[in-house]
Design a binder for this molecule. Structure first.
Ligand code: PHE
Length: 447
């Protein structure tokens, strides 16, 4: 397909992928997953999961995308394994599913950004969250967030996504470093660092069956794996990139921002004696404002904080929309703008239940993270490890003299076939168990 779009530069591709990876998962999900799973011990398992599972898996998605140079569904046809198309389709579907509630949360962030101007959320954070997180206002802001997402995707790979993320990713890092530095000056911040950085090994060992799947799930979600994003983004790159290096850079960068978020959130909360383990989707929206109400210049800090969250969320949302858009454009030869707008409308509709009731949002998230996501990753690594196999190694070797000579690509293949596959299968099994718990958080909420 001669007229298919490509990235203007390798850095552009890396920044776009980092933009996808760095999102609500880092700033909203990670600190509270850490808090509910025992603090620093979770951090250790998470870091291991990124290195041992996330990195090989991201490379697996890259291989599929770049070898096929096609959207995540048709890619499998082009690779000569049409039956595996369901894998791409599941990823595309999951992306759609996640975007529907991701953008509801994005809408909350817009609300909080505006709320920082008056400090409205500081008086009674839990009531405020209750009032704005569901209902007509949440629905309206869900629409606004989708509009912003569609607006960027409509401009295309190079002039939309690449250009936007080139500004967004550095802004997130700089602003976050600023708030982390500010948080360090708060009296009592030390308790936050201690919680975040001193693992309680005893507690970890006795809770391995919950902490490990939570950490693996977080690693996959955070690296945008299992949504066909990395397949799609890699389909726009040239043969001369070293995929291993790119994947490594993205994983390191994403982890850095996640850890940085911990350096923002924990000192802020602990300095104010706010408990970090408020569970549920509202976590960051209640605890952080509670702390902000007490600190000097709380509104300014709040504004910057929610601006960071919004930028990070948007750069992820565009990747989710791009996965589907790319399929429709490649496959049906539709034109980009109309496609992005049409798909945005469908996503909006799918998000209505989540915008109406946070119980639905929790359900959508639970099903995605416990079922669709590990299932999709399991299928991708099985495909790459056992079906594509030697071709996959060959693809990793493209564009690199070092890897051509070294044994690393082969080691990677065996890791994908064994450790990665087993770990993801285990995560899926535990996720399904969680979903089926009769009293669990994932029971379908009433209308
Ligand atoms: N990785 C993103 C985050 O951490 C979420 C995401 C998942 C984005 C999948 C795109 C695709 O928030």
């Amino acid at each position: 397909m001669a007229d298919r779009e490509t990235w203007a530069s390798r850095l552009g591709f890396i920044l776009a992928s980092v933009g996808s990876a760095v999102g609500l998962g880092n700033v909203w999900r990670f600190p509270f997953q850490t808090a509910t799973n025992g603090g620093a011990a979770f951090l250790v398992v998470y870091l291991l999961a990124v290195a041992v599972i996330g990195l090989p898996a991201i490379l697996a998605e890259f291989v599929v995308g770049r070898r096929a140079n096609l959207n995540a569904i048709d890619a499998f046809d082009r690779l000569g394994h049409s039956r595996w198309k369901v894998v791409g389709a599941l990823g595309v579907f999951t992306g759609f599913w996640v975007l529907s509630y991701y953008s509801v949360i994005g809408g909350w962030v817009i609300r909080y950004l505006l709320g920082s101007v008056t400090g409205g959320y500081m008086g009674s954070p839990a009531d405020y969250f209750g009032a704005v997180s569901a209902g007509p206002e949440a629905l309206a802001l869900h629409a606004v967030f989708i509009l912003l997402t569609v607006g960027i995707v409509a401009f295309g790979v190079e002039e939309g996504i690449e250009l936007a993320t080139t500004f967004m990713v550095p802004s997130v890092v700089v602003l976050m470093l600023g708030i982390a530095a500010y948080a360090a000056t708060l009296p009592g911040a030390g308790a936050g660092y201690a919680f975040f950085l001193t693992p309680d090994v005893g507690a970890l060992l006795s809770n391995l069956d919950t902490v490990v799947p939570a950490a693996v799930g977080q690693a996959l979600f955070s690296l945008s794996l299992g949504f066909s994003v990395m397949i799609t983004y890699a389909s726009y790159i040239g043969e001369d990139d070293n995929l291993g290096v790119d994947g490594g850079a993205i994983a390191v960068f994403n982890t850095f921002v996640g850890v940085l978020a911990g350096f923002v959130v924990f000192p802020l909360l602990f300095a104010q004696g706010v408990s970090p383990d408020t569970a549920g989707p509202g976590a960051v929206f209640i605890s952080v404002p509670t702390a902000l109400a007490e600190v000097p210049a709380g509104r300014v800090v709040g504004f910057v904080f929610f601006a960071v969250v919004l930028i990070a969320a948007l750069s992820s949302a565009i990747s989710l929309l791009e996965v589907v858009t790319s399929y429709v454009i490649d496959h049906y030869r539709f034109e980009r703008r109309g496609t992005a707008a049409g798909l945005g409308t469908v996503v909006f509709a799918l998000g209505i239940p989540s915008a109406w009731d946070t119980a639905w949002l929790g359900w959508f998230d639970g099903v995605a993270v416990n079922l669709f996501l590990p299932l999709a990753v399991l299928l991708v690594v099985t495909f790459v490890g056992w079906v594509l196999a030697d071709d996959a190694v060959d693809e990793v070797r493209q564009g690199t003299d070092v890897a051509r000579a070294s044994a690393l690509p082969t080691v990677w293949l065996w890791a994908v076939r064994s450790v990665v596959l087993l770990a993801v299968a285990g995560t899926l099994a535990l996720g399904v168990r969680e979903l089926l718990t009769p009293s669990g958080a994932y029971v379908v909420p009433p209308f």
